[in-house]
Design a protein around this ligand. Structure first.
Ligand SMILES: [Zn+2]
Length: 105
């Protein structure tokens, strides 16, 4: 159970930031937790993106072959906008977390 001398307070390990510092005064009171993502998560993510991209291309090709080229363009455009928004959202969140870590140190 992490104890902070300066704040005279016990902390639940789950309520500490990942770097193991006191949330109030910033003193190191616990063991830093390894929060890095394992390499096979990224492999799975890339495989999923490749697979879903291939299925999207198949689906758009099917729409064109069935005589709905405008629908294919609409679905393709919407998918690119949604996927792009998701990437931007993840990237901004990653930068926000990095700034938060920088401010805490
Ligand atoms: Zn403290």
């Amino acid at each position: 159970m992490p104890w902070c001398d300066d704040c005279a307070k016990f902390w639940n390990p789950n309520s500490l930031p990942p770097d193991g510092t006191c949330p109030i005064c910033g003193q190191l009171i616990g063991d830093p937790v390894d929060t890095s993502v394992p390499w096979h998560f990224w492999l799975l993510l890339v495989a999923t993106v490749v697979y879903l991209g291939w299925r999207l291309a198949q689906g758009l090709g099917w729409l064109v072959s069935e005589g709905y080229p405008l629908l294919a363009v609409g679905v393709g455009t919407a998918t690119v906008i949604l996927a792009g928004s998701g990437v931007v959202w993840l990237w901004r969140g990653r930068n926000r977390r990095a700034e938060h870590r920088g401010a805490a140190e």
